[in-house]
Design a binder for this molecule. Structure first.
Ligand SMILES: [Zn+2]
Length: 306
């Protein structure tokens, strides 16, 4: 297990993550699946996925994330690929490892993504609890066996599904990143779960933080909401902190790359998050290798902002 990144974070250094993978597959021409979103891409477009991982490393990413956001058994079953669960995930892990072998000039870690994505991104479509829990456990096991260095929990937004995913991730013994995702409620002030408008961000934070994470990330959150979200995290968490926001918006199953913040503006905005304590920086949906390259180019300013 490569823990270079963790030692760097402990030393107050800045570590760069990759940008969006699912949205980048779409941007490069891959049709998103109605039920599994980008989850089947390793199966249908492994070489392109490997190239995207490699491009992020060339842009400066020191940690890349497997395209396994939508590859739990219950999601793949909805997409008609339940029997291919092992193969889809093996290909996704291989694409990351091979992308690293192609492009890495120094240590690059691989984060295994686990989300609570329901089939079709429809929160009414979760399977019953035992099946859901087994789905997270099975994916965590496959990622660990495949050789990922850590588990990145992504879009944790509630206290029911996220707890199941986090417990499954913690069971395998790798470092676990807790990634929370939020947006402003109608009052333009309260932060609520990205897909759970009735759940204040404070609820998953208060429930999940005591379970124990290696890093807490504010991710897949609009840049406007990042600073207040980091503030809420910081009120409860003094450990390593990361930020990787989304740019654009989603109309299932497609990402809309409209009114994107430029890479240069993105890197400038990131200095504020660094001043709030963020040391792990990257992007989520809508961000591209150019955004990561801009963060890399801005490193002297970002280090200054600490
Ligand atoms: Zn995202």
């Amino acid at each position: 297990m490569d823990e270079t990144w963790l030692n760097r974070l402990r030393a107050d250094d800045i570590v760069l993550l990759d940008g969006g993978t699912g949205s980048e597959l779409q941007r490069r021409g891959v049709a998103m699946n109605r039920d599994a979103w980008s989850g089947v891409a390793a199966y249908t477009h492994k070489e392109l996925l490997r190239e995207i991982h490699a491009d992020y490393i060339r842009a400066g990413a020191e940690i890349i994330t497997t395209n396994t956001f939508g590859t739990s058994r219950f999601v793949l079953e909805a997409a008609g690929l339940g029997d291919e669960f092992s193969r889809v995930n093996a290909l996704a892990i291989e694409a990351a490892i091979e992308g690293r072998d192609m492009a890495a000039q120094s240590a690059v870690a691989i984060a295994g993504s686990i989300s609570c994505m329901p089939p079709g991104l429809d929160v009414a479509a979760y399977p019953e609890a035992t099946k859901e829990r087994d789905g997270y456990r099975e994916l965590a096991d496959v990622l660990a066996e495949g050789g990922v260095d850590l588990i990145a929990l992504e879009m944790m937004e509630d206290t029911r599904h996220a707890v199941m995913a986090m417990e499954a991730a913690l069971e395998i013994g790798l470092p676990v990143w807790l990634g929370v995702s939020c947006r402003f409620a109608a009052d333009a002030e309260t932060l609520v779960g990205f897909d759970f408008p009735d759940t204040p961000l404070a609820e998953p934070l208060d429930t999940l933080l005591p379970l124990g994470a290696a890093v807490v990330n504010v991710m897949h959150t609009d840049p406007e909401a990042v600073a207040p979200a980091v503030k809420e995290v910081r009120a409860r968490w003094s450990g390593p902190l990361g930020v990787y926001p989304e740019l654009g918006d989603f109309s299932a199953p497609n990402w809309n790359f409209t009114n994107l913040m430029s890479p240069e503006d993105f890197a400038q905005t990131a200095a504020q998050w660094v001043s709030q304590g963020a040391r792990l920086l990257g992007g989520c949906c809508g961000t591209t290798p150019d955004h990561i390259r801009a963060l890399h180019d801005a490193l002297p300013d970002l280090l200054e902002a600490r």
